[in-house]
Ligand binder design. Structure first.
Ligand SMILES: [Zn+2]
Length: 562
Protein backbone atom coordinates (compact mmCIF):
# COMPACT_ATOMS: atom_id res chain seq x y z
CA UNK A 1 0.00 0.00 0.00
CA UNK A 2 2.77 2.39 1.02
CA UNK A 3 4.78 1.33 -2.06
CA UNK A 4 1.75 2.04 -4.32
CA UNK A 5 1.24 5.42 -2.71
CA UNK A 6 4.90 6.27 -3.26
CA UNK A 7 4.66 5.19 -6.91
CA UNK A 8 1.59 7.28 -7.59
CA UNK A 9 3.27 10.19 -5.77
CA UNK A 10 6.32 9.86 -8.02
CA UNK A 11 4.08 9.77 -11.11
CA UNK A 12 2.27 12.94 -10.01
CA UNK A 13 5.64 14.59 -9.50
CA UNK A 14 6.78 13.68 -13.01
CA UNK A 15 3.56 15.10 -14.47
CA UNK A 16 4.15 18.34 -12.53
CA UNK A 17 7.77 18.58 -13.74
CA UNK A 18 6.70 17.97 -17.34
CA UNK A 19 3.98 20.62 -17.08
CA UNK A 20 6.38 23.16 -15.58
CA UNK A 21 8.99 22.40 -18.25
CA UNK A 22 6.40 22.70 -21.00
CA UNK A 23 5.21 26.08 -19.70
CA UNK A 24 8.79 27.35 -19.55
CA UNK A 25 9.69 26.18 -23.03
CA UNK A 26 6.50 27.43 -24.73
CA UNK A 27 8.35 30.36 -26.40
CA UNK A 28 10.96 27.89 -27.70
CA UNK A 29 8.23 25.67 -29.19
CA UNK A 30 6.64 28.79 -30.64
CA UNK A 31 9.96 29.82 -32.14
CA UNK A 32 10.64 26.40 -33.65
CA UNK A 33 7.26 26.22 -35.35
CA UNK A 34 6.50 29.84 -36.28
CA UNK A 35 9.97 31.43 -36.66
CA UNK A 36 11.13 31.92 -40.23
CA UNK A 37 14.67 30.70 -39.46
CA UNK A 38 13.74 27.02 -39.33
CA UNK A 39 10.91 27.12 -41.85
CA UNK A 40 12.61 24.67 -44.16
CA UNK A 41 14.00 22.05 -41.86
CA UNK A 42 12.56 19.63 -39.33
CA UNK A 43 16.09 18.68 -38.25
CA UNK A 44 16.88 22.30 -37.36
CA UNK A 45 13.62 22.62 -35.41
CA UNK A 46 14.51 19.46 -33.46
CA UNK A 47 18.09 20.62 -32.87
CA UNK A 48 16.86 24.01 -31.62
CA UNK A 49 14.43 22.37 -29.19
CA UNK A 50 17.06 19.89 -27.99
CA UNK A 51 19.51 22.74 -27.34
CA UNK A 52 16.75 24.66 -25.54
CA UNK A 53 16.11 21.66 -23.31
CA UNK A 54 19.81 21.33 -22.44
CA UNK A 55 20.09 25.01 -21.50
CA UNK A 56 16.86 24.73 -19.49
CA UNK A 57 18.22 21.77 -17.50
CA UNK A 58 21.60 23.30 -16.66
CA UNK A 59 20.36 24.99 -13.43
CA UNK A 60 19.19 21.57 -12.23
CA UNK A 61 22.82 20.47 -12.03
CA UNK A 62 23.56 23.02 -9.33
CA UNK A 63 20.22 23.76 -7.68
CA UNK A 64 17.73 21.60 -5.85
CA UNK A 65 14.60 20.83 -7.86
CA UNK A 66 12.17 23.29 -6.28
CA UNK A 67 14.77 26.06 -6.31
CA UNK A 68 15.60 25.37 -9.96
CA UNK A 69 11.95 25.41 -11.01
CA UNK A 70 11.48 28.66 -9.08
CA UNK A 71 14.47 30.10 -10.96
CA UNK A 72 12.86 28.97 -14.24
CA UNK A 73 9.87 31.21 -13.50
CA UNK A 74 12.00 33.76 -15.34
CA UNK A 75 11.20 31.89 -18.57
CA UNK A 76 7.50 32.46 -17.98
CA UNK A 77 7.85 36.09 -16.92
CA UNK A 78 9.88 37.04 -20.00
CA UNK A 79 7.84 34.94 -22.44
CA UNK A 80 5.52 37.73 -23.75
CA UNK A 81 8.53 39.60 -25.20
CA UNK A 82 9.57 36.60 -27.25
CA UNK A 83 6.08 35.53 -28.26
CA UNK A 84 4.92 39.03 -29.26
CA UNK A 85 8.07 39.48 -31.31
CA UNK A 86 7.54 36.11 -32.99
CA UNK A 87 3.93 36.99 -33.78
CA UNK A 88 4.94 40.32 -35.29
CA UNK A 89 8.14 39.41 -37.10
CA UNK A 90 8.41 35.60 -37.16
CA UNK A 91 11.73 35.97 -35.41
CA UNK A 92 13.09 36.04 -31.86
CA UNK A 93 13.85 39.23 -29.93
CA UNK A 94 16.77 41.33 -31.19
CA UNK A 95 18.59 44.36 -29.80
CA UNK A 96 16.58 46.68 -32.07
CA UNK A 97 13.40 45.58 -30.35
CA UNK A 98 14.92 46.14 -26.91
CA UNK A 99 16.07 49.63 -27.97
CA UNK A 100 12.59 50.38 -29.25
CA UNK A 101 10.99 49.22 -25.99
CA UNK A 102 13.11 51.74 -24.17
CA UNK A 103 12.33 54.52 -26.66
CA UNK A 104 8.63 53.80 -27.08
CA UNK A 105 6.67 56.55 -25.40
CA UNK A 106 3.84 55.84 -23.04
CA UNK A 107 0.94 56.24 -25.49
CA UNK A 108 2.48 53.82 -27.93
CA UNK A 109 3.18 51.39 -25.11
CA UNK A 110 -0.43 51.55 -23.96
CA UNK A 111 -1.62 51.02 -27.51
CA UNK A 112 0.52 47.94 -27.67
CA UNK A 113 -0.72 46.56 -24.37
CA UNK A 114 -4.39 47.18 -25.09
CA UNK A 115 -4.23 45.25 -28.35
CA UNK A 116 -2.47 42.48 -26.50
CA UNK A 117 -4.73 42.67 -23.40
CA UNK A 118 -6.11 39.17 -23.91
CA UNK A 119 -2.61 37.75 -24.09
CA UNK A 120 -1.68 39.63 -20.92
CA UNK A 121 -4.56 37.95 -19.05
CA UNK A 122 -3.47 34.53 -20.37
CA UNK A 123 0.08 35.32 -19.29
CA UNK A 124 -0.94 36.21 -15.72
CA UNK A 125 -3.13 33.09 -15.57
CA UNK A 126 -0.18 30.91 -16.63
CA UNK A 127 2.10 32.49 -14.02
CA UNK A 128 -0.52 31.70 -11.34
CA UNK A 129 -0.82 28.09 -12.57
CA UNK A 130 2.97 27.78 -12.55
CA UNK A 131 3.22 29.02 -8.96
CA UNK A 132 0.44 26.65 -7.82
CA UNK A 133 2.25 23.72 -9.46
CA UNK A 134 5.48 24.86 -7.76
CA UNK A 135 3.84 24.61 -4.34
CA UNK A 136 2.91 21.00 -5.12
CA UNK A 137 6.58 20.01 -5.15
CA UNK A 138 7.10 18.71 -1.61
CA UNK A 139 10.69 17.51 -1.38
CA UNK A 140 13.39 19.98 -2.35
CA UNK A 141 16.17 17.56 -3.31
CA UNK A 142 18.35 17.47 -6.45
CA UNK A 143 16.42 16.27 -9.51
CA UNK A 144 19.32 14.26 -10.95
CA UNK A 145 21.30 11.48 -9.29
CA UNK A 146 25.07 11.84 -9.62
CA UNK A 147 25.08 9.18 -12.37
CA UNK A 148 22.38 11.10 -14.29
CA UNK A 149 24.40 14.28 -13.87
CA UNK A 150 27.41 12.57 -15.43
CA UNK A 151 25.30 11.41 -18.41
CA UNK A 152 23.87 14.88 -18.79
CA UNK A 153 27.34 16.44 -18.81
CA UNK A 154 28.51 13.98 -21.49
CA UNK A 155 25.45 14.59 -23.69
CA UNK A 156 25.49 18.39 -23.30
CA UNK A 157 29.22 18.83 -23.90
CA UNK A 158 28.88 16.47 -26.89
CA UNK A 159 26.10 18.72 -28.21
CA UNK A 160 28.10 21.93 -27.73
CA UNK A 161 31.21 20.47 -29.38
CA UNK A 162 29.11 18.95 -32.20
CA UNK A 163 27.43 22.29 -32.86
CA UNK A 164 30.81 24.00 -32.98
CA UNK A 165 32.20 21.47 -35.44
CA UNK A 166 29.07 21.90 -37.59
CA UNK A 167 29.59 25.70 -37.62
CA UNK A 168 33.26 25.27 -38.53
CA UNK A 169 32.38 22.84 -41.32
CA UNK A 170 29.96 25.42 -42.80
CA UNK A 171 32.87 27.86 -43.00
CA UNK A 172 35.19 25.29 -44.54
CA UNK A 173 32.94 24.94 -47.60
CA UNK A 174 34.12 28.24 -49.07
CA UNK A 175 36.99 29.37 -46.80
CA UNK A 176 40.51 28.38 -45.77
CA UNK A 177 40.91 26.81 -42.33
CA UNK A 178 42.13 30.05 -40.76
CA UNK A 179 39.23 32.05 -42.23
CA UNK A 180 36.74 29.33 -41.28
CA UNK A 181 38.05 29.43 -37.70
CA UNK A 182 37.52 33.20 -37.63
CA UNK A 183 34.04 32.74 -39.11
CA UNK A 184 33.17 30.09 -36.49
CA UNK A 185 34.30 32.40 -33.68
CA UNK A 186 31.63 34.87 -34.78
CA UNK A 187 28.98 32.44 -35.95
CA UNK A 188 29.05 30.05 -32.96
CA UNK A 189 27.81 32.54 -30.32
CA UNK A 190 25.12 33.53 -32.85
CA UNK A 191 23.60 30.05 -32.48
CA UNK A 192 22.90 30.89 -28.84
CA UNK A 193 21.84 34.45 -29.56
CA UNK A 194 18.62 32.99 -31.02
CA UNK A 195 17.94 30.70 -28.09
CA UNK A 196 15.19 31.80 -25.70
CA UNK A 197 15.68 33.16 -23.03
CA UNK A 198 19.38 33.81 -23.74
CA UNK A 199 18.31 35.96 -26.72
CA UNK A 200 16.57 38.43 -24.36
CA UNK A 201 19.70 38.89 -22.26
CA UNK A 202 22.00 39.13 -25.26
CA UNK A 203 19.65 41.59 -27.01
CA UNK A 204 19.40 43.70 -23.84
CA UNK A 205 23.16 43.72 -23.39
CA UNK A 206 23.65 44.75 -27.05
CA UNK A 207 20.94 47.39 -26.80
CA UNK A 208 22.60 48.96 -23.74
CA UNK A 209 25.98 48.86 -25.49
CA UNK A 210 24.51 50.53 -28.59
CA UNK A 211 22.68 53.15 -26.52
CA UNK A 212 25.88 54.05 -24.62
CA UNK A 213 27.84 54.22 -27.85
CA UNK A 214 25.20 56.52 -29.40
CA UNK A 215 25.28 58.81 -26.36
CA UNK A 216 29.06 58.93 -26.35
CA UNK A 217 29.23 59.73 -30.07
CA UNK A 218 26.53 62.40 -29.80
CA UNK A 219 28.13 64.16 -26.84
CA UNK A 220 31.45 64.47 -28.66
CA UNK A 221 29.94 66.47 -31.49
CA UNK A 222 27.03 68.19 -29.77
CA UNK A 223 28.28 71.65 -30.76
CA UNK A 224 29.28 70.84 -34.34
CA UNK A 225 27.83 73.13 -37.05
CA UNK A 226 28.14 72.97 -40.86
CA UNK A 227 27.15 76.63 -41.31
CA UNK A 228 24.98 75.46 -44.20
CA UNK A 229 23.27 78.10 -46.35
CA UNK A 230 20.55 77.95 -48.99
CA UNK A 231 21.21 79.68 -52.32
CA UNK A 232 18.37 81.67 -53.87
CA UNK A 233 15.52 81.69 -51.41
CA UNK A 234 12.78 79.30 -52.58
CA UNK A 235 9.31 79.86 -51.25
CA UNK A 236 7.74 76.78 -52.91
CA UNK A 237 7.52 73.39 -51.28
CA UNK A 238 10.67 71.25 -51.48
CA UNK A 239 10.79 67.49 -50.83
CA UNK A 240 14.08 65.68 -51.34
CA UNK A 241 14.40 61.94 -50.93
CA UNK A 242 17.53 59.84 -50.54
CA UNK A 243 16.98 56.11 -50.97
CA UNK A 244 19.86 53.96 -49.72
CA UNK A 245 19.85 50.64 -51.53
CA UNK A 246 21.26 47.47 -50.02
CA UNK A 247 23.55 45.07 -51.90
CA UNK A 248 22.23 46.22 -55.30
CA UNK A 249 24.87 46.04 -57.99
CA UNK A 250 25.09 48.27 -61.02
CA UNK A 251 25.25 45.56 -63.65
CA UNK A 252 21.93 43.88 -62.83
CA UNK A 253 19.69 46.86 -63.51
CA UNK A 254 17.87 46.74 -66.84
CA UNK A 255 18.31 50.52 -67.14
CA UNK A 256 22.08 49.98 -66.99
CA UNK A 257 22.06 47.60 -69.94
CA UNK A 258 21.51 44.25 -68.18
CA UNK A 259 20.24 41.60 -70.60
CA UNK A 260 17.16 41.00 -68.41
CA UNK A 261 14.49 43.66 -68.11
CA UNK A 262 14.83 44.00 -64.33
CA UNK A 263 13.78 47.66 -64.19
CA UNK A 264 10.70 47.99 -66.45
CA UNK A 265 9.15 50.85 -64.47
CA UNK A 266 12.31 52.94 -64.12
CA UNK A 267 12.98 52.48 -67.84
CA UNK A 268 9.68 54.25 -68.57
CA UNK A 269 10.29 57.06 -66.07
CA UNK A 270 11.20 60.39 -67.63
CA UNK A 271 13.74 62.70 -66.06
CA UNK A 272 15.69 59.79 -64.58
CA UNK A 273 19.46 59.81 -65.01
CA UNK A 274 21.69 56.85 -64.19
CA UNK A 275 25.41 57.27 -63.49
CA UNK A 276 27.53 54.58 -65.08
CA UNK A 277 30.84 54.52 -63.26
CA UNK A 278 30.29 54.82 -59.51
CA UNK A 279 32.23 52.75 -56.97
CA UNK A 280 31.37 52.44 -53.31
CA UNK A 281 34.12 53.46 -50.89
CA UNK A 282 33.40 50.49 -48.61
CA UNK A 283 32.18 47.03 -49.55
CA UNK A 284 30.22 46.51 -46.32
CA UNK A 285 27.21 48.36 -44.88
CA UNK A 286 28.73 49.77 -41.68
CA UNK A 287 31.58 51.32 -43.65
CA UNK A 288 29.50 52.45 -46.61
CA UNK A 289 26.80 54.40 -44.75
CA UNK A 290 29.00 56.99 -42.96
CA UNK A 291 30.81 57.67 -46.25
CA UNK A 292 27.52 58.52 -47.97
CA UNK A 293 25.95 60.43 -45.10
CA UNK A 294 28.86 62.46 -43.73
CA UNK A 295 31.98 64.07 -45.21
CA UNK A 296 34.00 60.95 -44.32
CA UNK A 297 35.90 59.13 -47.05
CA UNK A 298 37.64 55.75 -47.15
CA UNK A 299 40.98 57.39 -46.40
CA UNK A 300 39.55 59.71 -43.76
CA UNK A 301 36.86 57.66 -42.08
CA UNK A 302 37.40 59.41 -38.73
CA UNK A 303 35.42 62.42 -39.98
CA UNK A 304 32.25 60.37 -39.53
CA UNK A 305 32.92 60.47 -35.77
CA UNK A 306 33.96 64.12 -35.65
CA UNK A 307 31.21 65.73 -37.71
CA UNK A 308 27.45 65.50 -37.87
CA UNK A 309 25.61 64.04 -40.85
CA UNK A 310 23.82 65.42 -43.86
CA UNK A 311 20.59 65.45 -41.84
CA UNK A 312 22.08 68.21 -39.72
CA UNK A 313 23.16 70.24 -42.77
CA UNK A 314 19.59 70.14 -44.10
CA UNK A 315 18.26 70.97 -40.66
CA UNK A 316 20.45 74.07 -40.46
CA UNK A 317 18.64 75.30 -43.60
CA UNK A 318 15.19 74.88 -42.10
CA UNK A 319 14.41 71.39 -43.40
CA UNK A 320 12.46 68.83 -41.43
CA UNK A 321 14.39 65.55 -41.69
CA UNK A 322 12.95 62.03 -41.58
CA UNK A 323 14.48 58.58 -41.46
CA UNK A 324 12.45 55.59 -42.70
CA UNK A 325 14.09 52.21 -42.36
CA UNK A 326 13.55 48.52 -42.12
CA UNK A 327 17.08 47.76 -41.07
CA UNK A 328 19.86 49.73 -39.36
CA UNK A 329 18.70 49.08 -35.82
CA UNK A 330 21.60 48.31 -33.56
CA UNK A 331 23.99 50.36 -35.74
CA UNK A 332 25.36 53.07 -33.37
CA UNK A 333 26.20 55.40 -36.26
CA UNK A 334 22.64 55.30 -37.59
CA UNK A 335 21.34 55.55 -34.03
CA UNK A 336 23.37 58.72 -33.54
CA UNK A 337 22.49 60.46 -36.79
CA UNK A 338 18.79 59.59 -36.61
CA UNK A 339 18.66 61.10 -33.14
CA UNK A 340 19.26 64.38 -35.05
CA UNK A 341 16.16 63.82 -37.23
CA UNK A 342 12.70 65.32 -36.87
CA UNK A 343 11.06 61.91 -37.06
CA UNK A 344 12.00 58.28 -37.59
CA UNK A 345 9.98 55.29 -38.58
CA UNK A 346 11.63 51.94 -38.29
CA UNK A 347 10.59 48.37 -38.24
CA UNK A 348 12.68 46.24 -35.95
CA UNK A 349 13.10 43.31 -38.30
CA UNK A 350 16.52 42.25 -39.41
CA UNK A 351 18.07 40.40 -42.30
CA UNK A 352 16.72 37.06 -41.16
CA UNK A 353 13.07 38.08 -41.07
CA UNK A 354 11.17 36.63 -43.99
CA UNK A 355 8.50 39.30 -44.25
CA UNK A 356 10.21 42.66 -44.28
CA UNK A 357 9.59 43.88 -47.81
CA UNK A 358 10.76 47.41 -48.60
CA UNK A 359 7.26 48.37 -49.70
CA UNK A 360 6.20 48.18 -46.03
CA UNK A 361 7.95 51.53 -45.70
CA UNK A 362 5.57 53.22 -48.16
CA UNK A 363 2.71 53.91 -45.69
CA UNK A 364 5.29 55.72 -43.53
CA UNK A 365 6.36 57.74 -46.54
CA UNK A 366 2.70 58.64 -47.20
CA UNK A 367 2.42 59.80 -43.61
CA UNK A 368 5.54 61.98 -43.80
CA UNK A 369 4.51 63.43 -47.17
CA UNK A 370 1.14 64.38 -45.70
CA UNK A 371 2.80 66.61 -43.07
CA UNK A 372 2.51 70.33 -43.55
CA UNK A 373 6.29 70.96 -43.68
CA UNK A 374 7.49 73.35 -46.36
CA UNK A 375 10.92 71.72 -46.67
CA UNK A 376 11.57 68.02 -46.18
CA UNK A 377 14.61 65.81 -46.49
CA UNK A 378 13.66 62.13 -46.24
CA UNK A 379 16.07 59.20 -46.05
CA UNK A 380 14.73 55.75 -46.87
CA UNK A 381 17.07 52.96 -45.83
CA UNK A 382 15.94 49.89 -47.72
CA UNK A 383 16.82 46.21 -47.40
CA UNK A 384 16.95 45.88 -51.20
CA UNK A 385 18.86 42.80 -52.24
CA UNK A 386 20.44 41.64 -49.01
CA UNK A 387 20.92 37.90 -48.60
CA UNK A 388 18.63 35.77 -48.30
CA UNK A 389 17.43 37.31 -51.53
CA UNK A 390 14.12 35.43 -51.64
CA UNK A 391 13.09 37.07 -48.34
CA UNK A 392 13.05 40.45 -50.10
CA UNK A 393 10.11 40.00 -52.48
CA UNK A 394 6.59 38.55 -52.39
CA UNK A 395 5.27 35.68 -54.48
CA UNK A 396 4.16 37.81 -57.46
CA UNK A 397 7.73 38.95 -58.03
CA UNK A 398 9.04 35.43 -58.52
CA UNK A 399 9.52 36.03 -62.23
CA UNK A 400 12.96 34.53 -62.79
CA UNK A 401 12.85 30.84 -61.88
CA UNK A 402 13.93 28.51 -60.44
CA UNK A 403 14.68 30.73 -57.45
CA UNK A 404 15.44 29.90 -53.84
CA UNK A 405 12.60 29.44 -51.38
CA UNK A 406 12.30 29.66 -47.59
CA UNK A 407 15.19 29.89 -45.13
CA UNK A 408 17.51 27.95 -47.42
CA UNK A 409 20.75 26.75 -45.98
CA UNK A 410 24.04 28.64 -46.41
CA UNK A 411 25.52 25.43 -47.81
CA UNK A 412 23.33 26.02 -50.88
CA UNK A 413 25.52 29.01 -51.85
CA UNK A 414 27.81 27.16 -54.21
CA UNK A 415 28.79 27.72 -57.80
CA UNK A 416 26.65 24.81 -59.01
CA UNK A 417 23.63 26.88 -57.85
CA UNK A 418 24.85 30.02 -59.61
CA UNK A 419 21.88 30.32 -62.00
CA UNK A 420 19.36 29.83 -59.23
CA UNK A 421 21.16 32.39 -57.07
CA UNK A 422 21.15 34.94 -59.92
CA UNK A 423 17.46 34.30 -60.61
CA UNK A 424 16.68 34.97 -56.97
CA UNK A 425 18.87 38.07 -56.94
CA UNK A 426 17.28 39.40 -60.14
CA UNK A 427 13.83 39.07 -58.60
CA UNK A 428 15.01 41.48 -55.86
CA UNK A 429 15.98 43.89 -58.65
CA UNK A 430 12.45 43.70 -60.06
CA UNK A 431 11.06 44.43 -56.63
CA UNK A 432 13.45 47.36 -56.15
CA UNK A 433 12.25 48.73 -59.50
CA UNK A 434 8.67 48.47 -58.24
CA UNK A 435 9.53 50.05 -54.88
CA UNK A 436 11.44 52.99 -56.36
CA UNK A 437 8.81 53.71 -58.99
CA UNK A 438 6.20 53.83 -56.22
CA UNK A 439 8.29 56.47 -54.42
CA UNK A 440 8.67 58.50 -57.61
CA UNK A 441 4.93 58.30 -58.24
CA UNK A 442 4.19 59.65 -54.77
CA UNK A 443 6.63 62.51 -55.28
CA UNK A 444 5.14 63.30 -58.70
CA UNK A 445 1.73 63.64 -57.07
CA UNK A 446 3.10 66.25 -54.67
CA UNK A 447 3.87 68.52 -57.69
CA UNK A 448 6.70 70.29 -55.88
CA UNK A 449 10.43 70.87 -56.24
CA UNK A 450 11.66 67.37 -55.65
CA UNK A 451 14.27 64.71 -56.35
CA UNK A 452 14.84 61.06 -55.52
CA UNK A 453 18.53 60.16 -55.27
CA UNK A 454 19.11 56.42 -55.23
CA UNK A 455 22.44 54.82 -54.36
CA UNK A 456 23.32 51.34 -53.14
CA UNK A 457 25.68 50.85 -50.18
CA UNK A 458 27.75 48.27 -52.10
CA UNK A 459 27.27 45.58 -54.72
CA UNK A 460 27.40 41.79 -54.60
CA UNK A 461 29.41 38.91 -56.01
CA UNK A 462 27.43 36.18 -57.69
CA UNK A 463 30.18 33.74 -58.71
CA UNK A 464 31.30 36.13 -61.47
CA UNK A 465 34.94 35.49 -60.59
CA UNK A 466 35.65 31.91 -59.46
CA UNK A 467 34.12 31.15 -56.07
CA UNK A 468 33.57 34.77 -55.12
CA UNK A 469 30.11 35.36 -53.64
CA UNK A 470 28.26 37.89 -51.42
CA UNK A 471 30.23 41.03 -50.39
CA UNK A 472 32.61 42.45 -47.81
CA UNK A 473 35.65 40.37 -48.76
CA UNK A 474 39.17 41.52 -47.93
CA UNK A 475 39.93 42.10 -51.60
CA UNK A 476 36.96 43.96 -53.08
CA UNK A 477 35.93 42.98 -56.58
CA UNK A 478 34.45 45.05 -59.37
CA UNK A 479 31.11 43.43 -58.53
CA UNK A 480 30.87 44.56 -54.93
CA UNK A 481 32.44 47.93 -55.81
CA UNK A 482 30.38 49.01 -58.83
CA UNK A 483 27.10 50.43 -57.56
CA UNK A 484 23.97 51.97 -59.07
CA UNK A 485 23.43 55.70 -58.59
CA UNK A 486 20.55 57.41 -60.29
CA UNK A 487 18.48 60.47 -59.78
CA UNK A 488 14.94 61.38 -60.68
CA UNK A 489 13.90 65.05 -60.63
CA UNK A 490 10.42 66.57 -60.76
CA UNK A 491 9.13 68.92 -63.47
CA UNK A 492 9.19 71.76 -60.94
CA UNK A 493 12.81 70.94 -60.07
CA UNK A 494 13.80 70.89 -63.75
CA UNK A 495 12.31 74.28 -64.41
CA UNK A 496 13.93 75.99 -61.42
CA UNK A 497 17.37 74.29 -61.73
CA UNK A 498 17.98 73.69 -65.47
CA UNK A 499 21.74 74.20 -65.02
CA UNK A 500 21.89 71.34 -62.51
CA UNK A 501 20.17 69.01 -64.97
CA UNK A 502 22.66 70.01 -67.67
CA UNK A 503 25.55 69.27 -65.30
CA UNK A 504 24.06 65.86 -64.40
CA UNK A 505 23.75 64.94 -68.09
CA UNK A 506 27.32 66.03 -68.63
CA UNK A 507 28.60 63.97 -65.66
CA UNK A 508 26.91 60.61 -66.28
CA UNK A 509 30.08 58.81 -67.42
CA UNK A 510 32.59 60.30 -64.96
CA UNK A 511 34.46 57.90 -62.65
CA UNK A 512 33.26 58.78 -59.16
CA UNK A 513 32.65 57.20 -55.75
CA UNK A 514 29.89 57.02 -53.15
CA UNK A 515 31.40 59.91 -51.16
CA UNK A 516 29.94 62.32 -53.74
CA UNK A 517 26.58 61.77 -52.05
CA UNK A 518 26.98 64.21 -49.16
CA UNK A 519 27.99 67.11 -51.45
CA UNK A 520 25.62 66.20 -54.29
CA UNK A 521 22.50 65.90 -52.13
CA UNK A 522 23.12 69.37 -50.71
CA UNK A 523 24.13 70.98 -53.99
CA UNK A 524 21.04 69.51 -55.69
CA UNK A 525 18.97 71.27 -53.02
CA UNK A 526 20.98 74.46 -53.68
CA UNK A 527 22.54 74.29 -50.24
CA UNK A 528 26.22 74.81 -49.56
CA UNK A 529 28.24 74.29 -46.41
CA UNK A 530 31.47 76.02 -45.36
CA UNK A 531 34.36 74.61 -47.50
CA UNK A 532 31.84 73.17 -49.96
CA UNK A 533 33.54 70.82 -52.42
CA UNK A 534 31.82 71.20 -55.80
CA UNK A 535 34.31 68.75 -57.31
CA UNK A 536 32.23 66.17 -55.48
CA UNK A 537 28.80 67.29 -56.68
CA UNK A 538 27.06 65.40 -59.47
CA UNK A 539 25.01 68.56 -60.03
CA UNK A 540 28.08 70.68 -60.76
CA UNK A 541 30.18 70.95 -63.93
CA UNK A 542 33.21 70.90 -61.63
CA UNK A 543 32.60 67.22 -60.69
CA UNK A 544 35.99 65.56 -60.80
CA UNK A 545 36.65 62.16 -62.35
CA UNK A 546 38.86 59.94 -60.14
CA UNK A 547 41.42 57.69 -61.78
CA UNK A 548 42.41 56.02 -58.49
CA UNK A 549 39.52 55.13 -56.27
CA UNK A 550 40.12 54.13 -52.66
CA UNK A 551 37.98 51.66 -50.80
CA UNK A 552 37.67 50.32 -47.25
CA UNK A 553 37.36 46.57 -46.79
CA UNK A 554 35.68 45.00 -43.78
CA UNK A 555 39.05 44.87 -41.97
CA UNK A 556 39.07 48.70 -42.29
CA UNK A 557 42.09 48.54 -44.60
CA UNK A 558 42.20 51.04 -47.48
CA UNK A 559 42.64 49.51 -50.90
CA UNK A 560 43.18 51.36 -54.18
CA UNK A 561 41.02 50.23 -57.07
CA UNK A 562 42.11 51.19 -60.56
ZN1 LIG B 1 25.07 46.49 -47.10
Amino acid sequence: MTQEKQNSGAKTNIVIYLLLGLICLTPNLFYAFTGSTFADSLTKKAAYLFLSLIVFLIPFLFLKRKTAFTFSLLYVILSPLEIIHLMMYKDGVNSGFMLLLRQTNLSEALELTSSFAVYAIVWIFIIVVYIILLTKIRSNTPLFSSLQKRYFLIISSGTFVGLYLYTLSLGLINLTFKEAYRFSKEAYPQKFAKLYPLDIFIATKNAIKTRNEINRLSQNIANFRFNAKSGNPITDKEVYVLVIGETARYANFGINGYHRNTSPHLAKTSSLHSFHDVYTEANFTEGALPIMLTRATADNFEISRKEKSILEAFKECGFKTYWLSNQSFGNPFIGRITSESTGKYSTVKDYDSANNYDTYLLPNLDKVLSFNDRKQFIVIHSLGSHFRYNFRYPEEFRIFRPDFEGAFDYTAIKSSNKDKLINTYDNTMLFTDHFLSQIIEKLQKKSCISYMYYISDHGENLFDIGESVLHGGRIPTKYDAHIPLFIWTSKEFNSIFPEKILAIQNNLHKSITSSVSFHSLLDLANISVADMNFQKSIASLSLKSDSNRVMLNSNMETIVIR
